[in-house]
Ligand binder design. Sequence first.
Ligand code: ZN
Length: 343
Amino acid sequence: MSDFSIFDGHNDLLSCLWADKSFTGDAFFGERDGDLSLEKCRKGGFAGGFFAVWVGGDPGTGPDPMAVFREFPAIDCARAHQQTIAQIAILLRMTRARPDAIRLCRSVAEIESARAAGAIATILHIEGCEGIAADLDALHVYHAAGLRSLGPVWSRPNIFGHGVPFNFPASPDTGPGLTDAGRRLVRECEALGVLVDLSHLNEAGFWDVAKISTKPLVATHSNAHAVTASTRNLTDRQLAAIAESRGLVGVNFGCQFLRLDGLKNPNTRAEDVLRHLDHLLKHLGEGGVALGSDFDGAMMPDFIGDAAGLPNLLAAIKAAYGPELTSKISWGNWLNLLGRVIG
Ligand code: ZN
């Protein structure tokens, strides 16, 4: 068991459960091969986080998963709408069935009370809004169902904007920014108290959100471009804008976003994570850095493995920064940020 409780900025459990046809979420409570299960979370101190809805590419489309440059085509919105609802329903069924183990939270107060009860606190997040039409009606319905965070795009284009393709070494400045519908989506999210995640936007989209937003800027699962020049990572200019807004970046554990060579190689070490943490702390300050694992969505370093291995990472962070800053990075900074965005 870890000395630290962990609140995490991103995982893809729900889309994995959907793909495995575990529509009640039962697999999470039993033994599953993935990064997250109840037992692995309890072992590792994983006490809460953003649980993402994510819809994969249309069958037969998409690049080789091991390619360095990966560009993804737009997907069918009717299918995305259906799957978005299905994945939200998985989380609703899980949290209804086992409130002792996992709870849907809509506020920091609900996160704190889940933690006090020993239950995993979940924030419902949508990663790529193909399941929302330009009228934004679905946003209101999802919000009523508990949605408190979304990324307008995943790494592909949709009616709201242009996601950043995966590439290395390359700039995140890969195309046009938000559409008019995208700007309306950002404004409506602000009005509802829904966090707008910048992690998969290209650079122009990032600056469009920064221009409109009055809230802290947040990238739930991204790293430093100056360290690993992936299109998915943030340039120092972007980090300066996040710092100015008193925003936050969750460090992504995906090997290709951490390593100096940008490769998907699980022989990735704690020092690779610490190199990014050093850079992010320098640019964002002690209150602007947290964790954003990408569990069940990216290749994890061998030294972490899955949620049960989080204490290995936390031990390295504690050795580098001491217990106080480690507990801000692992829990406190996310709660502080969420208090200022969703309440
Ligand atoms: Zn992602």
